[in-house]
Every structure is written in C-alpha cells, then in structure tokens.
Design a binder for this molecule. Structure first.
Ligand code: GDP
Ligand code: MG
Length: 183
C-alpha cells in the first residue's frame, strides 16, 4: 500500500513519518531521510503494510518526480501554518496530474505543529476538505505525538483490501535501492 506525504518544505512531513515509524521526534532532521519506509498495521483483522514515501527535500525545488505520486493508494497532505495551507491546492494539482485518469488516491489532511498557535480555523479547513474530496483532517504534532498514531490508524483502516491489490510499486517505479529503508 503506497502512501505518500505531500506539502511544502518545512511543514513537518519527515518528522511525522519519524513519529509514526519510531515514535520519536528529533528537531535536527536527518540530512538523509529515507524516501521509502514501511510499517505494518493491524486493520480489518489482517495486517496491512503501509509503504510510506517521503519526498525528502525534492519539494524545495518544485521538481518532484511524477513516479513519486503515481499509484499512491493514499496521500497525506501536510501543512503547518497559513502559507503552507494556502499552498495545498498546488500540491493537489501536482498529485492529480500524475495519476492515470481513473485513479484517485484517498486524501487525508494533517495540520501539523498543533503545539503552536493555530493560524487557520477549523471552519476554513473543513471547507477546504469538502471542496477537495479530503475525507478526514487532523490537527497533529510530530513534536508531542498528539493524534499522529490516530491519524495513521484511520488511514490504515480506511484503505480497503482492493486498494492493497493495486499497491506494491512495480520494480521500475521503486526508488533506487540505496534510498529504501525498512524500519
Ligand atoms: N513545533 C513543532 N515543530 C515541528 C513539528 N514537526 C516538525 N517540526 C519542525 O519543523 C521543521 C521541519 O520539519 P521536517 O520534518 O523537516 O519538514 P519537511 O520539510 O516537511 O520534511 C523541523 O525543524 C522540525 O523540527 C511539530 O509538530 N511541532
Ligand atoms: Mg522532509
């Protein structure tokens, strides 16, 4: 099950992944983050393997490879403040343009850094989600861990087994081996 994280640089994507995978927060972000890491989650009385892809710095240059987005069963849209929230339509367009015509990844929005004062109110986030087919949103904090497991658990449970079948990236689409870590 390919799950990708998308959003502006510095919104906390790598930190959320670290919190989910290792339940750890490290403010000095690793210089070399793995681009793909997997963790299994129990859901539907079976085990689902979430293969999490991290954009790992490419977003800074707005030149994210199309293969990053392609065939994702779900995308976590990550933002953390007004500017990164306003940038989400850009990331959604990029995501949609990279999909085969009938494919539409499930969307969950993570408003990260909820340990800091909120810059966007609930009503505006809810409206954005309704307009863009985002099925759930959470205020989370990779720093404190608040609601991170809950959000990932929702994601795992909402992915149907049929999403799983179309799942594993084929060999051509897999990132180069040296970047792929199973944690
Ligand atoms: N206060 C706070 N800072 C965070 C949180 N998550 C990430 N950060 C910090 O935000 C910066 C960017 O995080 P990073 O994970 O590298 O973002 P990425 O560029 O989207 O991968 C780092 O300095 C993190 O320590 C959070 O939940 N709360
Ligand atoms: Mg990162």
């Amino acid at each position: 099950m390919k799950v990708i994280l998308v959003g502006e640089a510095n919104s906390g994507k790598s930190s959320l992944l670290m919190r989910f995978l290792r339940d750890r927060f490290d403010s000095s972000v690793p210089t070399v983050a793995p681009e793909c890491a997997s963790r299994t989650v129990e859901a539907h009385s079976s085990t689902i393997k979430l293969c999490m892809w991290d954009i790992a710095g490419q977003e800074r240059f707005r030149s994210v490879a199309k293969s990053y987005y392609r065939n994702a069963a779900a995308a976590l849209l990550v933002c953390c403040d007004r500017a990164s929230f306003n940038a989400l339509p850009y990331w959604l367009r990029e995501l949609q343009q990279a999909q085969p015509s009938d494919a539409q990844p499930r969307l969950v929005l993570l408003f990260n850094k909820c340990d800091e004062p909120a810059q966007v109110d609930d009503a505006e986030i809810a409206l954005f989600c309704a307009r863009h087919n985002v099925e759930r949103w959470y205020r989370v904090s990779a720093k404190t861990g608040e609601r991170v497991q809950e959000a990932f658990r929702y994601l795992a449970e909402s992915l149907r087994p049929s999403d799983a079948e179309a799942d594993e990236p084929s060999l051509e689409q897999a990132p180069p081996r040296r970047w792929c870590a199973v944690l």
